[in-house]
Design a protein around this ligand. Structure first.
Ligand code: KG4
Ligand code: ZN
Length: 377
């Protein structure tokens, strides 16, 4: 099945073209094209994503990105739009004005193409399912989870055999969500917990702002943290000992705010009035350590409780090297698999929407094709 996938839930206009084959026990994906037009520079002066600016940019970018993906001289081997079997589009969660641009674009395209291709399908995709299923993109070279039978089993692909993959614990960490799930199969899961206030990515972005770092804050905190001491400041680890699998990040964020305020009052004014580079690096490192500690502790506890055979990590914060290292180490210790998508597929992208669209198609579970800003898993 050839799928055109469209993602506009936040600040990336992301389109991808995929060839998906296989059933629910062995879906395989070949990426024919993947284009992302990022709006980071547009939103940076505002310190965060401005919904109406995102809408304007998506409207401008969608036809350009589509042309780059399927048209133009570089499209040589790519199938044209008439060769599509389905269009998959993110319907939520996300910023409503941004979601509508993708939904309307997909609907219009579907209407036009359907005249010549009566079998074309339009699939509504939950953005969070996109993140969740991005672990299926583990093998970058082949983009298939289950290696061909002829392939000799290796250390690297052992976890991709269906029998050994589940039950799994999946952690989705993004700018809008922090969710822990138990997965019994590709299609059967139970939410164990989620954040009660801020998402972990949101906390990274807000703390970055306090440290005068540009948006988006996650990668900036990670960079600065490398120069700091992660044990310099003992920030709280909210809900770490709570028996639920819920999370809370607003208290940690406030602790950082108070810490910086107290230090500022205690110290003589500096040139420019801002905290020193060393102090900022220690704050970044100690905050990151506290934020990740809760994620890793809870994911590990869940993996033990449910006797998981693997841990999946996804969402924008999954790009954090320290988080990947910590979860990989804990998984190794438990002798279970750890799977995070290749770097390009952690933050928002069209490929993961195509993957989730295909799984929805196989499950015959289509979402309403309308923007649903508060959709959840
Ligand atoms: O999944 P995503 O691209 O968009 C949403 O669905 O929200 O996630 C974006 C979030 C932002 O909060 C960003 O700061 C965070 O992911 N992020 C990171 C890193 N890279 C992106 N957080 C921590 N460390 C990183 N390296
Ligand atoms: Zn996302």
């Amino acid at each position: 099945m050839r799928i055109l996938a469209i993602e506009t839930s936040c600040d990336e206009t992301a389109l991808a073209l995929l060839e998906a084959t296989g059933g629910l026990s062995a879906p395989q994906f070949k990426i024919l094209g993947n284009v992302i037009s990022s709006q980071i520079e547009v939103h940076r002066p505002w310190g965060g994503v401005v919904p109406n600016l995102a809408k304007r940019e998506h409207l401008k970018n969608l036809p350009v990105v589509l042309e780059e993906l399927v048209g133009g001289p570089a499209s040589g081997k790519k199938p044209g739009l008439l060769a599509l079997d389905a269009i998959a589009v993110t319907v939520g969660p996300g910023l409503e004005p941004a979601l509508w641009t993708g939904v309307n674009f997909a609907k219009e395209l579907y209407k036009n193409l359907k005249k010549k291709n009566s079998k074309l399908k339009l699939i509504g995709v939950n953005h969070l399912e996109g993140h969740l299923y991005s672990f299926l993109l583990k093998q970058k070279a082949e983009f298939s989870i289950f290696p061909p039978e002829a392939d000799p089993p290796s250390e690297d692909n052992f976890q991709f055999s269906k029998r050994k993959l589940f039950p799994a614990i999946a952690l989705i960490v993004s700018g809008g969500h922090t969710i822990l799930l138990k997965m019994d199969s590709l299609t059967k899961w139970k939410k164990l917990g989620e954040t009660r206030d801020d998402a972990v990515g949101e906390a990274f972005d807000k703390v970055a702002k306090m440290l005068d770092l540009p948006y988006p804050g996650g990668p900036e905190i990670q960079k600065l943290a490398k120069q700091g001491n992660s044990h310099a400041i003992e920030f709280p680890r909210p809900m770490i000992h709570d028996k639920s699998y819920d999370f809370s990040y607003s208290g940690l964020k406030t602790s950082v705010l108070y810490y910086l305020r107290d230090r500022k009052e205690a110290e003589p004014p500096r040139v420019g009035g801002s905290a020193s580079r060393k102090l900022k690096a220690d704050v970044a490192a100690s905050f990151q350590e506290a934020a990740l500690d809760v994620l890793v502790t809870k994911a590990t506890r869940a993996a033990k409780e449910y006797e998981a055979r693997s841990i999946f990590l996804s969402g924008g914060v999954a790009a954090n090297a320290s988080l990947r290292e910590k979860l990989e180490a804990t998984s190794k210790k438990m002798r279970i698999g750890f799977i995070a998508p290749p770097m390009d597929f952690n933050t928002d992208n069209g490929v993961m929407i195509g993957v989730a669209g295909y799984i929805s198609y196989l499950r015959k579970k289509n979402k309403r094709i309308t923007a649903q800003a508060n959709l959840n898993l």
